[in-house]
Design a protein around this ligand. Structure first.
Ligand code: 0X9
Ligand code: ZN
Ligand code: ZN
Length: 304
């Protein structure tokens, strides 16, 4: 049954989500992002305790094999709804939360049933026998620029035949657009490497107008996490300068749409287990993510 001592299947996550929506129906509502290539519904949960709160968007498991992200997102939802800790109550009730625990539903099912290390979507490519596009290269934002995605359909970072060729990403880009005026912060959950990556992904020769703020807010996250007994170290900076050129990613799209605080959060670990992080690390990883997000949003508030 569902829990955080092991990784759950999509069916288990969805059944749990149904329970949560029923149990906390006064403060939650489901939203539907859209439908995947294989016909699955991509579901999200909105948590709102009062009107007029700033919105925070969390996208998780866009990369199929990054299981720690949906384990953490579901734990986080549970904390927002049931924690009795004063800091967490404050966090939960002073923001509107839009959380998509598993965006790449087809890929996620494939990692459970066929290939644990699958990353991409599952839509075939007409010009190739290789399957799938890297969904985090498929947004219509500097798509395919500067070698930030591969043109080879067999590559793990294939950008797709066109921007928004993947139904999951078309739907997500429209959903983000529909809520962008209510959302101040977007976090895209990934693993692994322990990094907070801001725009831009498509170039390291230019930086966002608010780059100083983006560094300051990321530092708050990193400092808070590092101060915990776990001592996990996070580095931060623009994706292209800290990691590599990667165009067409969610947080760059969010930034382009006016959500000016937008990060890729690369969770544990730093390569010992990589994508196949043992379940014993789910709770420690989730706890430090929660502490990081509390610090991040407190720092945003200081910016005004
Ligand atoms: O390559 C990616 O999509 C992300 N790393 S991962 O190992 N999880 O695949 C990094 C994305 C960086 N963010 C931007 N390019 N904006
Ligand atoms: Zn461009
Ligand atoms: Zn990823």
């Amino acid at each position: 049954s569902f829990g955080w001592t092991r990784y759950n299947t999509l069916a288990e996550i969805e059944a749990w989500l149904d329970e949560i929506l029923a149990k906390y129906s006064d403060v939650t509502e489901e939203f539907i992002v859209g439908t995947s290539y294989e016909g699955r519904t991509i579901r999200g949960i909105k948590i709102s305790y009062k009107t007029g709160n700033p919105g925070v968007f969390i996208e998780s498991n866009i990369h199929a094999r990054e299981w720690i992200t949906s384990a953490t997102a579901t734990w986080f939802i549970n904390e927002l709804l049931s924690s009795e800790d004063e800091l967490v109550r404050q966090l939960a009730e002073s923001h509107d939360w839009y959380i998509v625990p598993v965006l790449n539903v087809d890929g996620f099912v494939y990692t459970h049933e066929k290939d644990r290390l699958w990353r991409k979507t599952r839509q075939p490519v007409s010009t190739s026998s290789c399957i799938g596009t890297d969904p985090n290269r498929n947004y219509d934002v500097h798509w395919m620029e500067n070698g930030g995605a591969s043109k080879d359909p067999c590559a793990e970072d294939y950008g797709g035949p066109n921007p928004l060729s993947e139904p999951e990403i078309k739907a997500m880009s429209e959903y983000i657009k529909s809520v962008k005026d209510k959302v101040n912060v977007l976090l895209a959950f990934h693993s692994y490497s322990q990094l907070l990556l801001s725009p831009y992904g498509h170039t390291d020769e230019e930086f966002p107008d608010n780059y100083d703020d983006l560094l300051q807010v990321a530092k708050a996250y990193a400092d808070a996490v590092e101060a915990l007994p776990y001592g996990s170290v996070f580095r931060y900076g623009s994706a292209a300068s800290v990691l590599y050129t990667a165009s067409g990613a969610t947080n760059d799209y969010a930034y382009q749409q006016g959500i000016k605080i937008a990060y890729t959060v690369e969770m544990r670990d730093r390569g010992t287990f990589g994508f196949v992080l043992p379940p014993a690390f789910i709770i420690p990883n989730a706890e430090e993510t929660l502490i990081g997000i509390i610090a991040l949003l407190a720092e945003c508030k200081k910016l005004g």
